[in-house]
Design a protein around this ligand. Sequence first.
Ligand SMILES: Cc1cc2nc3c(=O)[nH]c(=O)nc-3n(C[C@H](O)[C@H](O)[C@H](O)COP(=O)(O)OP(=O)(O)OC[C@H]3O[C@@H](n4cnc5c(N)ncnc54)[C@H](O)[C@@H]3O)c2cc1C
Length: 399
Amino acid sequence: MIPQHQGISWIYVLLRAIEREKTYDYIICGGGASGLLLTQKLAEDPFFRDKKIALVEKDIKNQNDRTWCFWENSSGSFDHLLHTQWEEGYFGSAHFTSEFSLQPFSYKMLRSKPFYEACQHILDNSPQVDRIQAEVIAIEDQKDVHRVRTSGETLYGKRIFSSLFDPKILEQQKKYPVLQQHFLGWYVTTEKAVFDPNRIHFMDFDIPQDGATRFIYVLPFSETEALVEYTLFSADLLTLQEYERGIKSYLESLDCGTYSINETEQGSIPMTSYRFDRHNSHHLMHIGTAGGWTKASTGFTFKKTTEKIDALVAFLKTEKPFSRFWKPDRFWFYDLLFLDVLAQHNAYGHELFRMMFQKNDPEVILKFLDEKTSFWEEIRIMISFPIPLFVKALWKRLF
Ligand SMILES: Cc1cc2nc3c(=O)[nH]c(=O)nc-3n(C[C@H](O)[C@H](O)[C@H](O)COP(=O)(O)OP(=O)(O)OC[C@H]3O[C@@H](n4cnc5c(N)ncnc54)[C@H](O)[C@@H]3O)c2cc1C
């Protein structure tokens, strides 16, 4: 027989354990771009008013750790938070350059700090949302139990979303090529006026390619201030010094005089058509980069994520299994072929982009990258590329 005091202590332990095991309708792991956007959309939609939602993030997200750029025609829901926007662009390469109007689009720049703060403010005023600062240790998605073990407690969820990206899943497969959009950016102030504050340099390939796809990306804020990034679309990352050399030599080529570096930004974004959706189940869905929401051929993710979240919130109202949320479409297949070619002929990437910009209207290119073109517009873009390279890639995929 258990002594009285021992029985009480067992009940106490049990009650404590129950208290620590919280149950939610939705648990969202990772409070970066996609996690915050999803939680905010759920919190603001009256349909989900009675749902209990947990957002688990390990970091205090209050830094400008990302500069998100995207293009949009007309006004958008982040306009009040934007740092800058532009209406004109430039494409450069050794044998072709183009200055063009971005219209009907504006190229918009959102820094992450105001975005994080605005989202967090909304969530902190949403009684159905618990914002939990903890590390996710494991997500357990079994037949009857769906739980998230964190550094502090165990959470039980009816449905779980995760933006925790594990690069190992890409390393462990060979079916899909994996490139990275990798870069170092410097926010600089130059002695001489060398930037056109109205015009972004979307891609400038007129730099040594050294066997890989390399370009300079410039977001100007005034004639003497800009974010200058040395960017590659390639498989292997560089040393910090190599990125730095790339930016330095570009600034020297502008003859900008002395300059100061005010802030830096570095990143590596996976570019792949890997089927991330195959890791989803009835109750678990991967979102953001971890869900394959990065545009494989460019690395752009932010705008696509906002669109996916809108679609996901509508989908959640149907109660259908997550496996029915997305199926590969023709844009997925275009990106797959493009990456097959770019991975195989990485030194030739600058030529592929040159052909695209030389033979097509920039407005149609931006629409194409947004996956909003008609089939005929896509055919016209495709025939700007060397057909044999793509036929060979297609042949390999089919047989
Ligand atoms: C420097 C940089 C600049 C970029 N610029 C652009 C751009 O201009 N345009 C564009 O479209 N895309 C851009 N991207 C790509 C993409 O938009 C971003 O990476 C975007 O943040 C992806 O959103 P996400 O939710 O998938 O990942 P994240 O925003 O990285 O969110 C994941 C979150 O999960 C948290 N987390 C990770 N592990 C754990 C854990 N174990 N427990 C709890 N929390 C955890 C992280 O702290 C993070 O907050 C950029 C990326 C980088 C790195």
